[in-house]
Design a binder for this molecule. Structure first.
Ligand code: ZN
Length: 138
């Protein structure tokens, strides 16, 4: 069995952002030489997500509105977590949107359903943060 590991780094200019990272994961898969197996992609920080959905800007706007209803950023004082930090909402948003995705690899390609794309979801950005790509197979 072969294995491959890489950390991708993202530094978004805004506090919240969605980044389509599908092509970067595909580059990792190509570099790994693995044709059959699984890829795990996970956020390495507890205020960011990796998830699969449609690359459609209206939907991303809807995510923002929906998450702000569930866990509004402000007022910061509404959260017990915000003693020395102001990112309680980011922890909650990440919890809903998820930590990781696993995708099957078939014939050297990500074996997606229709319209599936991999996203990095940032909820407390403006600093470098890492995503782990781990691929196993042969
Ligand atoms: Zn925190």
């Amino acid at each position: 069995m072969k294995s491959y590991r890489k950390e991708l780094v993202f530094k978004t200019e805004s506090r919240r952002k969605y980044v389509n990272i599908t092509s970067e994961v595909e580059r990792c898969l190509s570099d790994s030489g693995i044709k059959e197996g699984m890829v795990l992609v996970n956020a390495m920080h507890i205020t960011a997500s990796v998830f699969i959905n449609d690359d459609e800007s209206g939907l991303h706007h809807d995510f923002e509105v929906w998450l702000e209803k569930l866990a509004p950023e402000k007022p910061h004082s509404q959260y017990h977590h915000n003693g020395f930090e102001d990112n309680a909402d980011a922890h909650l948003k990440r919890q809903i949107m998820g930590r990781e995705v696993v995708v099957a690899i078939t014939n050297g390609k990500l074996d997606f359903g229709p319209w599936e794309q991999i996203f990095y979801g940032e909820y407390d950005g403006r600093r470098p943060k890492r995503v782990l790509v781990k691929i196993i197979g042969e």
